[in-house]
Design a protein around this ligand. Structure first.
Ligand SMILES: Cc1ncc(COP(=O)(O)O)c(C=O)c1O
Length: 327
């Protein structure tokens, strides 16, 4: 039976005791990563927002909670229904965690080639999985999910992260205010990698409302065929309904190799193993920060790297390490 009331709390005050894991979503810390960008002007700082500290391990906990809570409030999600969505992984983990905490079953449609760690994690939360072709990427999962819902629509609640306004709203109401508060309003540039676009749209909107001069910059894979799990190359993808490119000030194309190399550097010099999309975002943040005379750049690190240890990300690592030892 679904447990009532647990989704009521949005984000906890830091250090507060929690009655449900969903109350632990948000209030992630900022870490100064400026030394990972050599050559910055003295009054330029880069801070990473460490979304891996969310209880489900990623930035997607925020969007998932806002979408599920809205479903409960409107009655679109009620006892007897199953939460279903297509996801490249992190949203699935977030929905599985929240479904487990609130007592709702969860079915996830995902490309068959997502990392083993992700599959095991969602199963550990009791979710069911349906796999789409790995060759079709996240678009294949979207299409298969639509088909399943079409067969028995009354059975499911689909948060639909690509088109649900509550996805960016989560960031408008939590990520944005947290960044504004943590930098005491001194943030000048906001950088995030793009999957659904929820993080950049919602956070960007909030920050621009507080100070229209703040620049909002997307880190995007530089090619349709990329190795940056969770991210979209918009020109070759189904563009999410919530993504409005005209609200961005700039996009920085990110080569997969550059993102991977930065993941290795972050691990070896900042003491943090992060995912590919954090490397991609840091690449864009460095490009932006190097042109500044002064400024506070906040970049989102969407998750930690433990869920990618069996992926291609780590294949080139030994070579990189060897090269680093030689120089
Ligand atoms: C690892 C990772 N990084 C970045 C993103 C992008 O976040 P958003 O969907 O808010 O654009 C996602 C999810 O989509 C993700 O799973």
């Amino acid at each position: 039976m679904p447990r009532a009331g647990g989704a009521a709390a949005a984000t906890r005050a830091p250090h507060q005791r929690a009655a449900s894991v969903v109350e632990l979503i948000g209030h992630t810390p900022l870490l100064d990563v400026s030394r990972l960008a050599p050559g910055l002007a003295p009054h330029v700082r880069i801070y990473a927002k460490l979304e891996g500290f969310n209880p489900g391990g990623s930035v997607k906990d925020r969007a998932a909670l806002w979408m599920v809570r809205h479903g409960l409030e409107t009655g679109a999600l009620q006892p007897g229904k199953t939460i279903i969505d297509s996801t490249s992984g992190n949203t699935g983990i977030a929905l599985a965690m929240i479904g487990a905490a609130l007592g709702y079953p969860v079915t996830l449609v995902m490309p068959e080639n997502v990392s083993r760690e992700r599959k095991v994690t969602v199963h550990a939360f009791g979710a069911q999985t349906v796999y789409s072709s790995g060759l079709e990427g996240s678009d294949g999962a979207i299409i298969l999910c639509r088909k399943l819902i079409g067969e028995t629509p009354q059975r499911y609640f689909k948060p639909d992260q690509y088109n649900n306004a509550l996805n960016p709203q989560a960031h408008y109401e939590s990520t944005g205010p947290e960044i504004w508060e943590a930098t005491q309003g001194r943030v000048t540039h906001f950088v995030a990698s793009i999957g659904t676009g929820g993080t950049i749209m919602g956070t960007g909107r909030y920050l621009k409302e507080r100070n229209p001069a703040i620049q909002v910059i997307a880190a995007e894979p530089d090619d349709a065929l990329h190795g940056l799990e969770g991210l979209k190359h918009m020109a070759s993808s189904i563009v999410p309904g919530i993504y409005h490119e005209d609200e961005l000030d700039r996009k920085v194309p990110v080569p997969t190799d550059a993102a991977y190399e930065l993941v290795y550097q972050i691990g070896a010099t900042a003491g943090m193993v992060v995912g590919q999309s954090s490397g991609a975002a840091l690449h864009a943040a460095r490009v932006v920060a190097r042109d500044l005379k002064e400024g506070v750049v906040v970049v989102v690190f969407p998750d930690f790297g433990d869920r990618y240890l069996s992926t291609n990300l780590w294949i080139g690592w030994g070579e990189w390490l060897e090269q680093r030892r030689r120089t």
